[in-house]
Write a protein that binds this ligand. Structure first.
Ligand code: ZN
Length: 166
């Protein structure tokens, strides 16, 4: 693999990759092939991105603590909606919705739950998942803000799919 920046040969290694491309701070992918160049350029080869993002979305809507702005953005993008449309679905004005997304304003618990339900509905999740969501999600709404590290093994999302570039 040749580096785009400096035309040197890049080195390939298996790594636990901090998946910042997701837009989230706490996602780590295990056993990912990463190409690195001595100039600092790198790129990860992440297989099965669609399945991976669906998996991350489901983890987010099942968490017991409040959604943060980055998670709202992730959920919205994962169902292919722009901010204006999502704000309309929630029934909130666009500027408030933007403040939720950029973390300037906290959202109330019912809005948090509504965002998860809109995601689950647009995503067509099974009834069981939605019931679980209604019972368990947002239980610990005032829980710690700090997000736990989430490690995802490559095998859990990449079965029989060719590698794609992020
Ligand atoms: Zn380079």
């Amino acid at each position: 693999m040749i580096c785009h920046e400096c035309n040197s040969e890049m080195k390939e290694s298996q790594e636990t990759y901090h998946y910042l491309e997701s837009g989230l701070d706490n996602i780590y992918l295990e056993d990912i092939c990463v190409y690195r160049c001595k100039c600092g350029e790198f790129f990860p080869s992440v297989p099965g991105i669609i399945d991976l993002h669906t998996m991350i979305g489901q983890m987010i809507i099942k968490k017991s603590t409040a959604l943060n702005g980055k998670e709202i953005i992730f959920l919205r993008k994962n169902i292919g909606l722009n901010a204006r449309t999502f704000a309309e679905y929630v029934g909130i004005d666009k500027s408030t919705f933007s403040r939720w997304e950029n973390g300037q304003q906290k959202l109330a618990k019912p809005n948090d739950r509504l965002i998860r339900l809109i995601y689950a509905n647009v995503k067509g999740l099974p009834k069981n998942d939605i019931e679980h969501l209604l019972k368990e999600a947002v239980k610990d709404f005032n829980g710690s803000e700090s997000e736990e590290r989430i490690s995802i093994p490559k095998s859990s999302f990449s079965s029989q799919q060719r590698d794609e570039r992020v």
